[in-house]
Design a protein around this ligand. Structure first.
Ligand SMILES: [Ca+2]
Length: 349
């Protein structure tokens, strides 16, 4: 690239990203409020600041050049020195492409700072990291009396069908769902936003394990299970109580070979606990009451996608296998990996 062309390109970059003084002017105009960003650098540094840019150009291989409204940005990760970025928007859109820009100008407490894009790991909308709603795909709080359907409080309003399980009141938690471990379950029909889960998923729920679990068990009682059938015994992914009484996470590859990660510490029965599991490209973390209990890497980096339903309270029904006996409340799924801090915050919900 000739120096002149480089200068033109850089000037365009500065215009698009804005500079400090432009940021201040932009803030004075009612229709052009600056976007507040948290910029994480590859060396571990972090800067918070404003950018006046309203659209982020991304050059995609399949969709051509796109302009992403900054107001819609959740975060973008910059993978390599070629400035290939994975962009995640607030509505759940994911875009992958090259960033034609080379530098980011940010108005910070240090004044205007110029950051070369190749030293940036992640650019995140400020406040986004505190929004646990980001990436939420399902939420059942059971805050109703009606028995046959549980209302999804997540963004897709994807209600679940109750089979036998009872919505009951439990001291301290209001309405919750009771499972008998032998016939009760909830079926969540498959949907695009569930089926597309492949690289990342998190789930969290409150549980109260019955004092005595007696259940027909292949290997452990399941809280959540996606994709298991009579012919494919192992789930695309599942989360439950291990035989030793801790947590168990299991997933399978396309050949129905399972991989399991368990936590050692038993969970006390007949008391409410908050449990959570996260999966990110093969890295699995298990939490009880906000505390990390296990962090391991499984043999497969992605989850199978079977096209089958998701079940709550068993591995699969009819006849029901690996049923959970006890109470469940406020079950939530995300199509991203929650951070340790986010899981801890859920425990205090
Ligand atoms: Ca509830």
């Amino acid at each position: 690239m000739t120096p002149a062309r480089y200068r033109v390109r850089l000037a365009v970059g500065l215009l698009l990203w804005g500079v400090g003084s432009n940021d201040l002017r932009a803030a004075d105009q009612p229709n052009a409020s600056p976007t507040r960003l948290v910029v994480a650098l590859k060396d571990g540094s972090r800067l918070v600041g404003n950018t006046a840019t309203r659209e982020l150009p991304v050059r995609t291989e399949t969709l051509g050049d796109l302009k992403i409204p900054m107001a819609q940005l959740e975060y973008l990760d910059i993978d390599d020195t070629n400035l290939t970025a994975s962009v995640v928007l607030r509505n759940g859109d994911r875009i992958r492409g090259q960033l034609p820009l080379r530098k980011l100008e940010l108005a910070t407490v240090f004044g205007a700072v110029t950051i070369p894009l190749q030293v940036i790991a992640r650019i995140q909308a400020a406040g986004g990291e505190r929004s646990v709603e980001r990436g939420l795909i399902l939420r059942y709080g059971f805050d109703q009396e009606d028995g046959d359907v549980v209302a999804d409080q997540g963004p897709h309003r994807h209600d679940g069908a109750v089979h036998g399980a009872e919505i009951v009141q439990s001291g301290g938690r209001g309405w919750v769902c009771r499972f008998d471990g032998s016939t009760d379950y909830i079926e969540v029909a498959n949907a695009d936003f569930i089926e597309k889960i492949q690289d990342e998923v998190s789930m969290a729920l409150w549980i109260k394990i019955a004092p005595a679990i007696q259940t027909k068990t292949l290997n452990f009682p399941h809280l959540v299970s996606k994709g298991a059938t009579h012919s494919h015994l192992f789930s695309d992914f599942s989360f439950g109580i291990s035989r030793a009484g801790g947590l168990a996470w299991q997933y399978a590859n396309a050949n129905n070979q399972p991989a399991t990660v368990e936590s050692d510490q038993p969970i006390s029965k007949d008391a409410w606990h908050h449990v959570a599991a996260t999966f990110g490209k093969g890295a699995i973390k298990l939490y009880v009451d906000g505390e990390l209990q296990a962090a391991k890497t499984g043999p497969y980096e992605s989850l199978r996608r079977s096209g089958q339903p998701l079940y709550i309270g068993c591995r699969y029904p009819e006849p029901l296998l690996d049923g959970f006996k006890g109470l469940i409340d406020d079950i939530r799924l995300w199509d991203r990996v929650l951070s340790d801090r986010e899981v801890l915050a859920l425990d205090h919900d």
